[in-house]
Design a protein around this ligand. Structure first.
Ligand SMILES: [Zn+2]
Length: 307
């Protein structure tokens, strides 16, 4: 059987691109992930610096029929490649951007503003391609048979996560998401009877968050999730909007994910650090009797095929 979906990691880093020699194994570009269906449909999650080489590849190999670019949020590491996405400047290319408004500011204005003076010399209005910009919230979009559902993440400002369903395969993309921030990890992964009248308000709130998150990621073939921090760093970064890898691994096991891809690597992390995170993550899964596959997103081994 051929491949149904292919995932290509163009940018895997969080916060800021890095070019240190000890970090080039996994890669230093910020968030950008391409998904290609067996029907030729291509979609792109986020426009971090990784979208720059992707645009160059499209220039060489031809632009897809109608590209959809889904932006989780407008922190720099998710949009900083867009002013350098060359296909947007070429007449005849068709592309649609999807993303959420920030309060009263429309998504379209959010995209425009990073290209205003004095931040950038070329305005978004000089994009000569046929461009549509759509505001979405928690919604469902059908892109040529790929069903994309969005859900708000736990991250400063309005931030989305995306779930893609296509021919029985499910990919979930949550690059920036702080899982169950206010709760002790041991308290999170407990099965509870919601009819129990002794549950306190805090626990009811936790169960509500769990229900929403796990029904969204439930049974994903591939979960691409924020794993920016080490558990020992997390204490000083609560509320910053990112998860530590142990929480991410435990959540993916609990959500019966088949393959977890650790993503949004901290800029301070070397290749060896990331390898150690993968080893520790696999150990956690093994200890919990889980056969879930775990890898770290890498620009040098960028392709992941779902048959
Ligand atoms: Zn980010």
């Amino acid at each position: 059987m051929g491949q149904t979906l292919e995932i290509v990691f163009w940018g895997v880093r969080g916060s800021i691109p890095v070019s240190r020699s000890d970090a080039l194994g996994y890669g230093g570009s910020t968030s950008c992930v391409e998904v290609i269906g067996d029907n030729g449909q291509r979609i792109v999650f986020d426009g971090g610096s990784g979208i720059h080489p992707l645009g160059n590849q499209y220039m060489k190999e031809g632009f897809p029929q109608d590209l959809s670019i889904l932006i989780t949020h407008a922190h720099w590491d998710h949009i900083q490649g867009l002013p350098f996405f060359v296909p947007a400047f070429i007449p005849g290319n068709r592309m649609t951007f999807y993303g959420c408004n920030q309060g009263a500011t429309l998504f379209e204005d959010v995209l425009k503003s990073q290209m205003e003076t004095p931040y950038f010399p070329v305005k978004l209005s000089s994009w000569m391609a046929d461009i549509r910009i759509e505001s979405i919230g928690e919604s469902v979009v059908d892109l040529n048979g790929m069903k994309i559902e969005s859900s708000y993440a736990e991250h400063p400002g309005m931030t989305l996560g995306f779930r893609l369903d296509y021919k029985g395969k499910r990919i979930v993309y949550f690059p920036d998401n702080e899982l169950f921030a206010k709760f002790d990890m041991e308290k999170v992964f407990v099965e509870r009877d919601m009819n129990d009248e002794d549950l306190d308000m805090e626990t009811v709130f936790l169960e509500d968050q769990k229900r929403k998150f796990f029904s969204f990621i439930g049974g994903a073939d591939v979960l691409i999730h924020d794993a920016q921090y080490m558990p020992e760093e997390y204490g000083s970064k609560i509320g910053w909007g990112h998860s530590h890898f142990e929480m991410t691994v435990r959540a993916a096991i609990y959500g019966k994910v088949k393959h977890l891809v650790l993503f949004h690597h901290d800029p301070s992390r070397s290749d060896t650090d990331i390898e150690n995170i993968v080893k520790s993550s696999r150990r956690i899964a093994l200890e919990r009797g889980s056969s879930m596959e775990i890898t770290a997103a890498s620009q040098n081994d960028p392709r992941l095929v779902l048959a």
